[in-house]
Design a protein around this ligand. Structure first.
Ligand SMILES: *Cc1c(COP(=O)(O)O)cnc(C)c1O
Length: 400
């Protein structure tokens, strides 16, 4: 284990710290953070980096963040990268929280913001996770990475690998939106198209890992993508003046962002930056692929894989999530909800959200507005609620 007193903090200036250790999300077993890990050896479940939060909280006040760089590295003390030279930076994070009063009144809620993740590098929030995973992989000596993707994770990998000087192998379904395939190629990745789903692509990447020594960046199968995505939780709090909304609506595939934000809220409470309050977390999926919704409704701890997954919202076409139990736990302990929406509703609401807010959202982003409207009708979202909708990518990537 690394010396926990070595937090790397010096005054109010941004200082890189790093985790003290990794922890199995299933059984709590601890692992050394300075060697490459994938799933926990004990339970084959995701590993979470842990930090010396009491020490960091004692020295770093939330007000110290003002004036720092307007990207996710403003939270460097709470991130796993140790040496600033290994931070691969393309302008990721600190995306705008857009106040959307006309959408709020259409939806019948007190206030509504669109967190516009389409403004990230490669136009989706996948930039956050892949930025962190590739920065850490670089720090630990990796030179060649592989990733199965529904599309956006592939282009983020291609971009950060290019910036880091690494070789990237991306395996995507052959019906991935064309702009994304062009983008990955332009960013220098080795792109392989497969007839099948992201789960089939994962099997192909596993072969590359075994036969060619690629480091596999699959969601939650390495410990650092979630650390990039958790910064959305820090940003929501900071951008709302260190309060949290009543509801966060999140389009869920692998669920990294949802569980990442849930982790961030706990960290912020330990740091003394927020209290014990939490937003209700809402998971939105597509009717053609809704394994989390089904498991939530059935009350199970894990989710069965979804057979015959189909939806044009490629980020939601994820039949099996390795972090299923973490997603379901966050939904239940927050008093949240899970629901599925149709592709037609996503198409319709892309235009409604666009005309109400000025944001051309991805279908996954539009799904959050559909879900909010439905939950208002059902009474699970109330007229006095303040709601954050995650637009996870730009609509431009889906234009065919
Ligand atoms: C990947 C993706 C999602 C799902 O994100 P997870 O954190 O894996 O649940 C949602 N929207 C878009 C645009 C995506 O690319």
């Amino acid at each position: 284990m690394t010396d926990p007193s070595n937090t790397g903090i010096s005054g109010a200036n941004t200082t890189f710290g790093g985790a003290t250790h990794l922890e199995c999300t299933r059984c709590g077993a601890m692992y050394e953070s300075e060697v490459l890990h994938r799933l926990s050896p004990c339970c084959e479940k995701p590993l979470y980096p842990r930090y010396a939060l009491d020490l960091i909280g004692g020295r770093l006040r939330r007000g110290d963040l003002a004036g720092r760089s307007a990207d996710l590295w403003r939270y460097a003390e709470l991130l796993p990268v140790r040496d600033p030279a290994n931070a691969v930076r393309l302008g990721e994070g600190f995306t705008p929280m857009i106040d959307a009063p006309r959408l709020a009144s259409r939806l019948g809620v007190a206030q509504c913001w669109v967190k516009d993740e389409g403004q990230n590098p490669t136009a989706s929030f996948k930039a956050r996770g892949l930025c962190m995973a590739i920065s850490r992989a670089k720090e630990l000596g990796v030179t060649e990475v592989g990733i199965p993707s529904a599309g956006n994770a592939g282009s983020a990998t291609a971009a950060y690998a290019a910036a880091a000087g690494m070789t990237a192998h991306v395996v995507v379904p052959n019906d991935t939106p064309h702009p994304i395939i062009e983008e990955m190629r332009a960013l220098g990745a080795d792109v392989e198209l497969l007839a099948g789903l992201i789960t089939d692509c994962a099997a192909r990447v596993a072969e590359g890992t075994r036969d060619h020594g690629w480091f596999d960046l699959s969601t939650l199968k390495e410990p650092y993508r979630v650390e990039g995505k958790k910064t959305m939780g820090y940003e929501v709090a900071e951008q709302l003046g260190w309060t949290l909304p009543d509801v966060i609506v999140y389009p869920t595939g692998g669920g990294t962002g949802l569980v990442g934000m849930w982790k961030a809220f706990d960290e912020m409470e330990r740091l003394g930056w927020i209290g014990p309050e939490r937003p209700r977390m809402v998971c939105v999926q597509a009717e053609g692929c809704a394994p989390m919704v089904r498991a939530f409704e059935q009350g199970t701890e894990y989710a069965e894989p979804w057979v015959d997954a189909h939806t044009y919202a490629s980020g939601l076409r994820v039949p099996r999530a390795v972090g299923d139990f973490l997603i379901l736990d966050a939904l239940r302990s927050s008093g949240g909800a899970a629901l599925a929406v149709s592709d037609d509703e996503m198409r319709e609401w892309t235009r409604i959200v666009g005309a109400d807010t000025g944001v051309f959202c991805a279908p996954e982003g539009a799904a959050t507005a559909v879900a909010t409207a439905r939950l208002r009708q059902l009474g699970a979202i109330r007229p006095d609620d303040r709601v954050v909708l995650f637009n996870t990518g730009s609509g431009l990537k889906y234009v065919v």
